[in-house]
Design a protein around this ligand. Sequence first.
Ligand code: NDP
Ligand SMILES: O=C(O)C1=N[C@H](C(=O)O)C[C@H](O)C1
Length: 270
Amino acid sequence: MTRIAIVGVAGRMGRTLVSAVNQDDGVTLAGGIVEPGSSLAGADIGELAGTGKNGVAAVDSLDAIKDAFDVLIDFTAPKVTLANLAFCAEHGKAIVIGTTGMNDDEIEELDRYRDRVPMVFAPNMSVGVNLTLKLLETAAKALGDEGYDIEVIEAHHRHKVDAPSGTAIKMGEVVADSLNRTLKEHGVFERVGQCGPRTDKEIGFATVRAGDIVGEHTVMFATEGERIEITHKASSRMTFARGAVRAARWVATQQAGRFDMQDVLGLNEA
Ligand SMILES: NC(=O)C1=CN([C@@H]2O[C@H](COP(=O)(O)OP(=O)(O)OC[C@H]3O[C@@H](n4cnc5c(N)ncnc54)[C@H](OP(=O)(O)O)[C@@H]3O)[C@@H](O)[C@H]2O)C=CC1
Ligand SMILES: O=C(O)C1=N[C@H](C(=O)O)C[C@H](O)C1
């Protein structure tokens, strides 16, 4: 039985993760961590998540539960995640990271732990998005050099703090890699004013933030006379949470290394 602790347990994903852990017979909920000094420390995490009292009290430091868990699931913010990764390296824990919005330096720092920590790091834990990444590879290889313009459009709830979403960037990277392009050279993240016509090879990004949208991503391949759109729409955070719990079970059996959801789902072998 894999013992899981959830950091950011009072957040949107944290609360959904409590439900997902409760519904999975292969894992047990060993702890939940809230921000240091939070008034929620001591609260029952089942009650916090709205799933009913479960007798596990939220703590405000990982140290307080360091012997109680095997895998940490972290959906928080870049700096918080990197501090937790250092903790996992020091204490021999595995980690599942869903946090998005890391800059290049932060990703480099995360990568330095690959030899010391078994980690799954993925901007989207849903099965559907990870299958979509495969479809995008096929579409990009078939269309990208045949005069089709490629645009990535994403929509999320009004509370989201990073843009474009981690998933949109990943989709752009998959398309770019398939066409021997890079987002550094070909990604266009803003168009405003007299910005001129699009260039052939650019990969454009557009962002919507509104209401309670859980997460929607479309990659458009458009040319004279036709347009193909590959779309994924999440209607519940449970799809991400179930994927994260599946990743936790999987990573608990791995040696140190940096893995993604394609590894967890066996899609890299396909
Ligand atoms: N990979 C995937 O499949 C998915 C990734 N995400 C990503 O997950 C992240 C979180 O999203 P979401 O749940 O919506 O955000 P929320 O803001 O709802 O949750 C983040 C939580 O982390 C808490 N937190 C902040 N600092 C600490 C700390 N030092 N220790 C413990 N807890 C802390 C926050 O507490 P407080 O509010 O008190 O600051 C908050 O409760 C984002 O980066 C998002 O993009 C989201 C969905 C799916
Ligand atoms: O913040 C969110 O909510 C989500 N973030 C992830 C991202 O940035 O791609 C995944 C999902 O779309 C929800």
